[in-house]
Structure formats: C-alpha cells, structure tokens
Design a protein around this ligand. Structure first.
Ligand code: FAD
Length: 411
C-alpha cells in the first residue's frame, strides 16, 4: 500500500482545496441537508450546493462521461471527499441517488434508464428515496409483501413501505415489490422505479427520537408504474437490491464523516473547561480521545487498504459490512464522548444561549444510533461477517442481505 500522493494528485488536491476555500458557505458548515427536519429552504440550499459542487466537477467523478461523470480514477474522488471533510463542507442532498441507485443503474439499468435518470441525479434535479423496509420486513427484507401486478404495460402497486428516509421531498423511489407471490421469497421480487408524484401515493412523516420527521410511512393504492421502470429482470429484484445494499453500506460507512465528527469532538474538548482548565487536560478525557483517535485512524488506514484493493481490481468481499458496522458504532461512541464532556450542558435546548456547537451533539448521538439500525442492523452485519467472511455456520432464518447461496461460503 502506497500512502503518498503522486505530484499530479497533489496538484489536484491543491486545486480542490482552493475551490472549497472560496466556495464553502460559512453559515452552512457541517450542515447535513438530509438530517433533521426537511424544510423547503434547507432543501433548496442543499440542491444549490450539490449543483455547485457538480458544476465544479467534483461529484461522481468515476461515472462514465456519457452520464455526466468524468471516467476519473477512484483516487480523484477520494481526494475530493477528504478535502470536503477538511473544509467542513455541507453534505450532498442527493446521496441516495449518487451512491445507491446511480451505481445500481450503471450496472443493471437499461440504456434509456441511464440516460433518463443519471444526469438528473448528479445535478440534484431529482432526489431519490429507498422503498425497501415494510412493517414486519426489515432485517428479513425478502419477506416483503408490497404487491405489483402486471396489467398491460404497467405494474399496479398496492402495499406499504416504512422508515422511508426523505420520502417527503423525494421525486422518485427505488422500490422492491413482490411480483410473484408463488415463488420462494427471494425469487418473486422485482426492483422498480416509482415517480413519487404518481396518483395513489400517500406519504406520512414519522418523528424520530431526534424530534425530526426524517423518515416516513409510504402507502400505495393502485399506483401505476410503467413496465419500462423495471430494473434488471422481472422477479430477480433481489440481485439488484443487494447491489444497492452494498453501495448503501459504503455510503453509511463514510470514513470522512467519522473523521469530521472526531475533529468536532477534539475542538469541543479543547474549548470546554473542567476544574478551571481545558477538558483536554483531564487524564480521563485524554485517554478517551486517544482511544477514539486510534480507532478513527485505524478506520482511515483500512479505507486506504480497501482503496488499494479497488485500484488493483480485487473483489470487495464483506468490506462494506465491516465498514458499516465499525463506522456507525464509532460515530455513536464519538458523540457519546461529546455528551459526557458536556455533562448536563449536553442536553440544553438548541436555542439556549449556553448550548455548545448549536446543540448538534444530542441529535448526532441519536442519529448515529439510528444508523446502527438503518441499512441493516449491527447484528445483521455481524451475521454477514461471520458467515461470508469467516465461513461460520449459516444463520438459519435468513437476513436482509443473505441472498440464497451455498452455505458457509467465505467471501
Ligand atoms: C435512521 C433510519 C433510516 C432508515 N431509512 C430507511 C430507508 O430510507 N428505506 C428503507 O427501506 N428502510 C430504512 N430504514 C429501515 C431499516 O433498514 C430497518 O430498520 C432495518 O433493516 C431493521 O429492520 P427492522 O427495523 O424491521 O428491525 P427488525 O428486523 O425487526 O430487528 C429487530 C432486532 O432484531 C435483530 N435481528 C433481526 N434479525 C436478526 C438476525 N437474523 N440475527 C440477529 N439479530 C437479528 C435486529 O438486529 C434488531 O436488533 C431506516 C432505519 C433507520 C433507523
């Protein structure tokens, strides 16, 4: 593994750094447009920011040029991601498009689907949401019951999704539906793309423990979807769904986000006072920070190792599950450390004049707990790592990602 950048990469890094210095809006630093209450102004701001980053040439650089990418090598996007963290730039609002359905369409979509959807994803003209989970079908995703019957050239969809993040403002949903109720559960599912403005769709926001309506229930009543919106083969949506899950895990496992959160923690510890001196002078706080610093650094090095694998075209195996498990738990522990440093001040209301860091730490803490569950729970990731990575006996009931296949097959 080579940890140094080439002269060209260093020049590119300087260019990105200068662009971010000139363009990151000071007011929105650390603003994650997909977290919290989705008010219209925040969404418009989020779309404008993504468009600006895209126009500068820094979004989905690895995508093929015909769909709005640059066919760039993975190092360039890695440098951009690192610099975005360094500059504390706002997140991108269209991440589900850029990192989940976009790469899935590149691999499994028709030429028309790629042409129609990919450029709009990059320019934040269409925001996507993920219609996988249903009441009773979360970890056991393949038991989903939302039905799609084929009538002429259309699917007619009836059923319900739940925990659908961002459905209140999404333009489109990539959705799993049951098209063959007679087939074994993994084999009768199809992956379709739904226009969220279609008649028959009702979206009801659900309030998370952060107090914000981040996700939703989505009801479908005789919703008509063109057959051309099928991705992959009819009844073979499980294969496509797993491709998206792989990308989702890597998205949730952002090393850069974890580094950013840790930077914020260190800044907080430096500015808080304990016994008349900075909290960083307290040996217990120092020990905690050192422990977390080592783990953040280890995660970063592991990301470099995986980058080397990608550059050498080695199969990723169970990396996405390891990354998701480690980073989501680490994010939770970092925000927990912040709350402990803050003590009772940690729970002040956002508007309280004594609140630290605009009161983001309690919501970071609660949001991080949600992400240990979202995208496949920590227990489910452990099952995958055990079964596919370590070759341990297969968990009998099946899980959100355990596609049918030979038992005990290491990745
Ligand atoms: C913040 C957030 C955002 C989300 N966004 C979306 C979204 O946009 N779209 C979407 O489709 N879904 C979304 N989800 C739903 C998410 O994918 C599910 O919550 C998750 O898959 C778990 O399913 P469940 O909630 O039904 O829990 P269950 O599957 O009922 O699990 C309950 C508990 O049992 C454990 N468990 C279940 N099966 C096993 C097993 N085989 N082995 C060991 N332990 C097991 C789980 O780990 C968990 O602790 C989101 C969830 C959260 C928290």
């Amino acid at each position: 593994m080579d940890l140094t950048y080439s002269p060209e990469e260093l020049a590119f890094q300087r260019e990105v750094r200068a662009w971010l210095k000139a363009n990151v809006p000071k007011k929105d630093r650390n603003d994650n447009p997909t977290e919290g209450a989705p008010d219209a102004k925040k969404i418009a701001r989020g779309k404008a920011w993504q468009r600006k980053v895209y126009d500068a040439g820094y979004v989905a650089m690895g995508w093929p040029t015909e769909y709005g990418g640059q066919g760039a090598d993975v190092m360039r996007q890695t440098i951009v991601n690192e610099e975005m963290v360094r500059a504390r730039a706002p997140g991108l609002i269209g991440m589900m498009g850029i990192q989940m359905v976009g790469p899935t369409l590149i691999a499994h979509g028709t030429a028309e689907q790629k042409q129609r959807y990919l450029p709009r994803i990059l320019r934040a003209e269409e925001i996507w949401c993920q219609g996988y989970s249903e009441p009773g079908s979360g970890s056991d995703l393949a038991s989903l019951r939302t039905r799609a019957e084929i009538v002429g050239d259309e699917f007619v969809v009836n059923g319900q999704k739940i925990w659908t993040s961002g459905a209140q403002y999404a333009d489109r949903m990539f959705c799993l539906v049951r098209t063959d109720p007679e087939a074994p559960k993994h084999r009768g599912i199809s992956y379709i793309l739904i226009d969220m403005k279609s008649p028959g769709i009702t979206v009801r926001p659900l309030v998370q423990m952060t107090g914000d309506p981040g996700f939703n229930e989505v009801f479908f009543e005789d919703v008509r979807v063109p057959r051309a919106n099928l991705v992959g083969q009819l009844h073979d949506g499980w294969t496509v769904a797993n491709a998206t899950l792989f990308h989702e895990r890597n998205m949730l496992a952002s090393t850069t986000r974890t580094q950013l959160l840790f930077q914020n923690l260190v800044r907080l510890a430096r500015t808080r006072r304990r016994g008349g001196q900075s909290a960083t002078a307290d040996p217990l706080v120092r020990q905690r920070l050192a422990d977390l610093a080592i783990r953040v650094e280890t995660m970063k090095l592991e990301a470099f190792r995986q980058l080397t694998d990608t550059l050498r075209q080695r199969a990723p195996g169970i990396n996405a599950s390891v990354n998701k498990l480690v980073s989501c738990e680490l994010n939770h522990q970092i925000s927990r450390a912040a709350l402990e440093i803050l003590g009772d001040y940690g729970w002040l209301a956002k508007k309280d004049p004594r609140v630290a860091d605009d009161g983001t730490w309690p919501s970071d803490y609660m949001f991080a707990l949600g992400l240990i569950i979202g995208g496949g729970t920590a227990q489910v990731q452990k099952n995958i790592i055990a079964e596919r990575g370590l070759g341990m006996p297969r968990e009998p009931r099946g899980s959100a990602v355990a596609a049918p296949g030979p038992p005990n097959k290491p990745a």
